[in-house]
Design a protein around this ligand. Sequence first.
Ligand SMILES: NC(=O)c1ccc[n+]([C@@H]2O[C@H](COP(=O)([O-])OP(=O)(O)OC[C@H]3O[C@@H](n4cnc5c(N)ncnc54)[C@H](O)[C@@H]3O)[C@@H](O)[C@H]2O)c1
Ligand SMILES: O=c1ccn([C@@H]2O[C@H](COP(=O)(O)OP(=O)(O)O[C@H]3O[C@H](CO)[C@@H](O)[C@H](O)[C@H]3O)[C@@H](O)[C@H]2O)c(=O)[nH]1
Length: 328
Amino acid sequence: MTILVTGGAGYIGSHMVLALRDAGEDVVVLDNLSTGVKSVIPEGVPLYVGDTGNETLTASILKWHKVDTIIHFAASVVVPDSVSNPLGYYKNNTSNTRSLLASAVATGVENFIFSSTAAVYGDVDMKPVSEDSPLRPMSPYGTSKLMTETMLADVAYAHGLHTVVLRYFNVAGADPQGRTGQSTPGATHLIKVAAETVVGKRPYMQIYGTDYPTPDGTCVRDYIHVTDLVAAHSCALNHLRDGGANTTVNCGYGRGYSVLEVIDAVKRAAGTDFEARLTGRRPGDPPSIVAGVDRIHETFSWQPRYGNLDTIVAHALAWERHLREKSS
Ligand SMILES: NC(=O)c1ccc[n+]([C@@H]2O[C@H](COP(=O)([O-])OP(=O)(O)OC[C@H]3O[C@@H](n4cnc5c(N)ncnc54)[C@H](O)[C@@H]3O)[C@@H](O)[C@H]2O)c1
Ligand SMILES: O=c1ccn([C@@H]2O[C@H](COP(=O)(O)OP(=O)(O)O[C@H]3O[C@H](CO)[C@@H](O)[C@H](O)[C@H]3O)[C@@H](O)[C@H]2O)c(=O)[nH]1
């Protein structure tokens, strides 16, 4: 049986495709290349360039490849963009996932692993947040994912689909073997932006908000290495194949770092200084969000290997330098 990875040409999806290939799984990718990059797809992995909203296309792929599992990464992912373009986010993240689910149900797909987000929680207090906490997203991005979680639960109940919802915290770093990393043009993620500033792709970076109710006034996030996150998907896949119950699981380390701490780590790893200008808050940002990690450890035999900010930053920087060399 085959696994369909939607968004497999994107940042996290490309790491997933490599891990599945390394594990000897049959993989097929669907990606519309809106932010993804074709060159990251390994040779021999079929890539369909198309949209998750195209039911005719997705039903054909699912039937043709006898897909039994979908790992669904394809989405629009930038929190502030969702504030200015909510309809685009509800279309791509919620409505297109509805279309994909319709094809999945029609063709008898058994397992569905969904990329959700810490952004479903919204403004929480400083404690690590458990999966059962109230869900009050602060951005259309978070709401678009929460709506999809709800839809997925209803579809699972009605049609017997087996599901794992993974709520990722802030994903960063790159493949430790240097085979892939974050290549998104115009990326907005903190560690990526800082790494681009180190290699001179940006003259300076900005710090969005210094007046949050956090220890140093900047936002706190739980940064998870992309390879550990992908390992959590492999655990989710095994869980479903072993007949495990449908579940929703936070993916993080349970430890938060402020924007200033992250920038310091990048400067340390780079051995250079760069300019980080203090500026106002960015819309949609919760002050602090750190994962409660009891469930991931109770449910999966997940053993994170790169849960150290310096390692995450070093791998992100190595990938950024690789991109820089390739482009020069
Ligand atoms: N990066 C993070 O920190 C983070 C955190 C929480 C959740 N997530 C979720 O993880 C998933 C992957 O995010 P990423 O950081 O790799 O982003 P990304 O933009 O690098 O990857 C998304 C991929 O999906 C493709 N895509 C988008 N819409 C599509 C559509 N309608 N049809 C087909 N392909 C489409 C894009 O071309 C891209 O290759 C997303 O669902 C995102 O919401 C990411
Ligand atoms: O140039 C920058 C970029 C970011 N930040 C700040 O850094 C923090 C982290 O921002 P970013 O890296 O953009 O991540 P988030 O907005 O927290 O969102 C990411 O993490 C969420 C889970 O927490 C995911 O759902 C989203 O898809 C993913 O983009 C925020 O306080 C930003 O304001 C800056 O100060 N300067």
